[in-house]
Structure formats: C-alpha cells, structure tokens
Design a protein around this ligand. Sequence first.
Ligand code: AMP
Length: 588
Amino acid sequence: MDTSSSDDMMSWFQEVARNARNVQAETLKMILEMNHGAEYLKKWLGDMDVHNMDAEALQSVYESMVPLASHADLDPYIQRIADGETSPLLTKQPITTLSLSSGTTEGRQKYVPYTSHSSKTTLQIFKLAAAYRSRVYPMREGGKILEFIYGSKQFKTKGGISAGTATTHYFASQEFKLKQQQTNSFTCSPQEVIFSGDYKQSTYCHFLLGLFYSPQVEFVTSTFAHCIVQALGFFEEYWRELCNDLFHGTLSPRITLQGIRTSVLDIIEPNPHLATWVSSQCEELEESDWYGLIPKLWPNAKYVYSIMTGSMQPYLEKLKHYSGDHLPLVSAEYGSTESWIGVNMDPSSAPENVTFTVVPTFSYFEFIPLHRQACDTVVGAVDDYQEDDPVPLSKVNIGQQYEIVLTTFTGLYRYRLGDVVEVAGFYEETPKLKFLCRRKLVLTINIDKNTEIDLQLAVQKGSQPLLTSGAKLVDFTSHANITDPPGHYVVYWEIKGEVNEHVLARCCKEMDAAFVDHGYVVSRKTNSIGPLELCIVERGTFRKIMEHFIGNGATMSQFKTPRCITNKVLLKMLNLCTIKRFQSTAYK
Ligand code: AMP
C-alpha cells in the first residue's frame, strides 16, 4: 500500500472519529433519506419529512418512534424480498443480493440484505486496517498473502435473488481485486481455488501455491483463526504429497476438479531446490510437534492475521504453537454479515487485549447497557442481563457492557446484533470496544445462566489437568440435557494425546466446579441440576461437525464451532463418536 494513501486513510479516520457524534447523526439522516418511503420505515415514521429535519432532531424522533428489532421482526420483509417482491420494503433501491450469516452461533442461517455499500465498506475497513498494520509491520511492495479463504456456492432464491455468504460475495466482488491492487499485496491462490466448493481441495492448493511463493509471502491469514488451525492440521497430514508436487511441478490426483487443476498447473513449475528445503524443514518440524511451523516455512512472513477474539480464543494456544515465539499474531477487525463495526488500530496489541475502534460512518450504532443480574432476582427471567435504554455512541461509558444495535444502509433498523461488548476507551470521540461474547445463553436449565464465555472459562479451567499428560484440547461443545430429570450439562471434548481415566475424571470434576454462576452452584448443591457429564469424542469428530455445516451451505471462511448444540442430527453424531464418559463428583 503506498504510504500516501495509507496516510490518507488514517487521516480520514481521525477526522470522522473526532466528529463521531455529528458523523453518527449525519449517517442516520443519510440512511433515512436514502430509504424514505420503504414500507418498514413508513410503518413507524409515516410520511415524516426526514429531508427537511435537522440531523439531531431526527435522531431523537427516530429512536422514539422506531422500535428495537430482532432478526425475527425483519424476517418477514426479508422473506418477501427473497421471494422476488420488488416494491421498496426495507430499502428504496431494490435488494438484488442476500447474505447468509454463518448460522453456527445461532443454530440457523439468517438472510441479511447485501448491497454495493456492503462491499464498499469491506474494502474501506480492509484498507484502513492495512494502513495501521503497515505502520507497525511494513510490507514489501507486490508481496504475496497466504490466505485460507473459501467461497461457498452462490445460488438464487425462489424469487431470483442471488444469495450466498457475505465473505463469498466479497471474494467474488470487484472490491476484493481492488483491495489487492490498492494494498499492493496479492493472494497466492486464484479465484478457481477460492471458489472450488471443496474445502479440502482448496486447502491443498492454498498450501501448494503458498509454498511455491514461500519467499514472497508477507503474511498468513484467514477470516477466523479456527480456519488456519484447521488448515495447518491438514498440512501435517499432507506435506509429503505437497513436497512431491512442488518438486515436479505436478498436482496430486486428489485434486479432481478440472477448474482448479488447470488454474494451479498454469502457475506452478517444478522447483526441486525449494521442495527439498521444505521437506527438510518439515522433517525437523515433525520432531517438535510442528512448533513454529509458520515462520519456518514462510520465513519472510511478518505476522499472522485473523479474528482471534471471542469464540476464536480457544484456538489461540494452537495458533501460538504454530507461530513460534516471535511471529506476531494480529487480531483482525470486528464485523458481522449485517455491518462492519470496528477496526484494530493497534496491531501490536496481544489478541487477549485487542480493542476495536468503531468506524462511525459504517452504520448508525446504539448501545444497550447491560447489567449482569444477581441470581435471586432472575428466577423466571428469560435472560441473564438487566437492560437500560439504548444510548447513542456518544453516550457510552468506559467499563460498561453493552449489546450493539445497528441501523444499516442495507435496511436493518434498530437491529439487535446479539453481541456483548465492553467499552475499553476512546479514540477521539469514538469508542474502542472489547468483544466479549454472543449475548445468547448457551447453557441454561432452570435458574442457571451461562454464556459462551462462562462455558469457555469452565472448559479452560477444567482442561488444566490435561497439561500434566502432555495432551491438548482440540475443540469442545456442550448441550443442556433435560431429557433425564433433573437435567444436567454435557460437555464434549476432542483431545489430542493420551490421557488416563483418573486425569479425565479430575477434569470433569474441576470443570463442573468451574461454573461459578450462582444459579448453577445453588442448583448443583440442591441437586436440581445433576452432575456434569464429560464426553470424550474420537479424533476428527469436530471436523465432521464442520463438514455438516459446510454441507448445509455454510462456508469454511465463516465457520465457528457452535458452543452449544441442540440439533438432533449433530447430537446423535456426537453421541455416536463418544468413546468415554465421566460424571462429575463435585458437590458430593
Ligand atoms: P457472521 O455474520 O456469521 O460472519 O458472524 C458475525 C459474528 O462473528 C459477530 O456478530 C461476532 O459475534 C463474531 N465476530 C466477528 N468479528 C469478530 C471479532 N473480531 N472478534 C470476535 N468475534 C467476532
């Protein structure tokens, strides 16, 4: 990226951050003017003359007249769009494309409107983030990026609207090409590899090309950290075959899709010298359980760049292992299918401490203050938080937790995103957010309330005894089993390494004791929730779960392991793959 455009991006951001309050009011006015007359807005605002209203006045009228909404409230409108209705429903301009959220956290995929504004903001945030990164880690012009990215199939809805995941739309867009040109760094793989539709064949080719260009690779990336960890696990199995292809300039017969065969064979050439070097590096790496794999094979890579926060945190340890002691891990930006939210301005901060600075031009943001409730006040309540009225971006407080509410250019109005964040500070007038978790409870049977973070912490604590055996937790999920009264938590673990049963029984007990939610503790003590059950599943189970989602239209690029499973097919799969079961002896 040339430094002048990089400087321009950062100056632009400083300017909008300095005026965040006004920029937000203007952003809302722009959204409402653009979509004036759309059926949904008309329902709440009537024929109000938004064009001639002052931006700040409009902001308070909007907040008082338009209610907070969930996806379910907007879904009937989105369905009508999907069915081909062309009258202005959510936006004035007809929506021609819909995005599918990954659906792995909510249990079902959701359609969200996608417009050219969506790819424009994607390009903008990527350029802005690249500007901050190149300030700390300058890049060589024309370098390569080893990107583990995967497009899923784009398809037409009943009404002829194009649908696919947001990442897929972006990888297929002009903006994806522009980003490479404008940041002067190019992905190793051609479109045919990204869009093969078969993640194993794509991963193989990503590696082959990544190795072929090894000296030029400037950084290694994927949307979510899980994807890099998954890919590197695949590399451990297939490196010999990859070296053979690199040596001879050939492509393994496991790559059966003609499109990618042709495009990859067009690029690679025999390179015996490089192949021999890679092979000797891998032999050494295999001895050290692949510690430092990334810097060893891509010695000029400056960092690894991916989303490592929230539900990706459990993969951080493995990613650190592959990155060795010195290669920095840079947390990627915060956004969702619905809207981009914040940029990582400080790429050198550790993933555990990263904050995301809200970009106030992307959407109109509101924040619902959340207060974790004490247990005795929540009996019968449906949520674990008490809420205050939403506040605009300019009124958030440091240290306070909030749920984010979005009003977007793509027709979502006061839409509850369901993410919980904490305000960690400010850049000029705009808040810096720490991502905490999805708001939805994952484990609850009666008065107990556990979010994704509570589960994550309990698993982290409970898995400590594994370290003494040199084993590692690969992945986990959970289920609140209420079929056998009084009901109990079941936590499924996939482990790498041998562990004896005493250690696993201890893990189970410690994990049960590590759920500190008062409702859970009280219920366990009174036996109104039964002992926690730890199920050890066979190796490869979580890969099967991922493949189940990918088979149902999710994309590898957006996949997040669901931390709580209620789907009957998946539960059956988990139970069939269970090789050992333990019952907690805590609270005896
Ligand atoms: P999807 O729209 O399915 O791709 O998922 C978007 C969700 O992923 C967000 O609502 C967050 O819960 C999560 N997410 C996105 N970016 C980050 C990030 N940088 N850190 C943590 N979680 C994130």
